[in-house]
Design a protein around this ligand. Structure first.
Ligand code: UD1
Ligand code: UDP
Length: 386
């Protein structure tokens, strides 16, 4: 039997984190499939941080990040380079993950070459075209071009059904981020060898912050920064730790307002294992990140989401997160509440609704069954319930 060739693509930090366990699981199934890892390197340094942590060396690296890149140029570069790459590699299937420009553009490139696309983390919807921008559109566009939709939760499956996607092409797997986390949370970690070693984490209540979304750049990000400045002034036992995304439009604002503020540690993006350590040792997590919204509930940390709405409402629906927007006053009052009211704090701790750590195993099984032409691709009793 000819082995089926499965191409797995990743461009940015979150895609690599969530694809890493899938790559591991696929690479164990060598009897049936050959796995080819393609990095667009839409992110360079932040992608490499993840690849090196998980010991993944891409078979092909398109190295296409440019400083302060714009979406149209980025899309063109992915399309052009993927035309050549897919024509050379001739995969039987392309696996994409999430909602980035890499995902959208690589899906178009594969579709034009009639290569079936499998979309991991399919079906998340905010139902507002411009929010998150451009991810809501990227995800919807990828769904149109996808043959097999791997929804992380039953809510995501419902969104796909509502758009007319056939049920037989949707499988609920859980989110692979839970798999990535559990692998690393079990691995040894040396704080003193980590980039965190100079932070006095255990002397403070730590508020861990990340914020980088395009729709929040400018005034909304400024509002967030002013709120954080006020919080450390009001609460002398509180420290803000903020790993600042490498997007220059994020860095400019954050550095302008928060450099040299006492008990605000602006640090470079840290490797994923160090970030997990930070999350575990945080008192509260404040973020506009997609992935962090899925991770905080797994670590049982109250989560405040710096967005007007979210395409990941599962944590909110379970009472584990609040969607607080980006007004300075609201951010101050919501953080203050959690710092002063233990009942409010404890009410936001529960169990993670996003996955059970077995998503990648399900995905590898599904791909192998597809390669063997076995139906259904995933037995209903093997799907994730959640
Ligand atoms: C991208 C994704 C977003 C995802 C985020 C994860 C799109 C349109 N956006 O946003 O969905 O949430 O990644 O972090 O796909 N840069 C570096 N080094 C890096 C990474 C970025 O210098 O390792 C700088 C570069 O100047 C780059 C800029 O950041 O041009 C923006 O990168 P880009 O991938 O276009 O957008 P993000 O805001 O990172
Ligand atoms: N993360 C990391 N180092 C950091 C900040 C975040 O490894 O300094 C991880 C985080 O745990 C999550 C992912 O990066 O898994 C989220 O990436 P990002 O916020 O860039 O993208 P999004 O999830 O919003 O698309």
């Amino acid at each position: 039997m000819n082995k089926k060739k499965i191409a797995v693509i990743m461009g940015t930090r979150p895609e690599a984190i969530k694809m890493a366990p899938v790559v591991y699981a696929l690479k164990q199934r060598t009897a049936d499939i050959e796995t080819i890892v393609i990095a667009t390197a839409q992110h360079r340094q932040m992608l490499d941080q993840v690849l090196s942590l998980f010991n993944i060396v891409p078979d092909i690296d398109l190295d296409l990040m440019r400083p302060d890149q714009n979406l149209n140029d980025l899309t063109c570069r992915v399309l052009q380079l993927m035309q050549k790459t897919l024509t050379d590699v001739k995969p039987d299937m392309l696996m994409v993950q999430g909602d980035t420009t890499t995902v959208f553009a690589a899906s178009v490139a594969a579709f034009y070459l009639k290569i079936p696309v499998v979309h991991i983390e399919a079906g998340l919807r905010s139902h507002e075209l411009y929010n998150p921008f451009p991810e809501e559109a990227n995800r919807r566009l990828a769904s149109v071009l996808t043959l097999i939709h791997l929804a992380p939760t039953s809510l995501a499956k419902k969104n796909l059904l509502n758009e007319g996607i056939k049920e037989e092409n949707i499988f609920v797997t859980g989110n692979t981020v839970v798999d990535a986390m559990s692998t690393l949370l079990d691995a040894p970690f040396s704080f003193l060898d980590s980039p965190l070693k100079n932070l006095h984490l255990n002397q403070h209540r730590v508020i861990l912050v990340t914020s980088h979304r395009r729709e929040s750049l400018g005034e909304e990000l400024r509002n967030t920064c002013f709120a954080l400045k006020e919080i450390v002034q009001r609460f002398p036992d509180v420290m803000v730790v903020y790993p600042v995304h490498l997007n220059p439009n994020v860095r400019k604002t954050v550095m302008e307002i928060l450099s040299d503020v006492e008990r605000v540690a602006l640090i470079e993006p840290v490797d994923y294992q160090s970030f997990l350590y930070l999350m575990r040792n945080a008192h509260i997590i404040v973020t506009d990140s997609g992935g962090v919204q899925e991770e905080a509930p797994t670590l049982k940390k109250p989560l405040l989401v710096l967005r007007k709405l979210t395409e990941r409402p599962e944590a909110f629906n379970a009472g584990l997160s609040k969607i607080i927007g980006t007004s300075t006053n609201t951010i101050i009052s919501e953080i203050s509440l959690l710092l002063t009211d233990d009942k409010a704090y404890q009410s936001m701790i529960g169990s993670n609704p996003f996955g059970d750590g077995r998503a990648s195993e399900r995905i590898a099984e599904l791909v192998v069954r597809w390669a063997r032409n076995e139906m259904p691709l995933l037995l209903p009793e093997n799907e994730f319930i959640g």
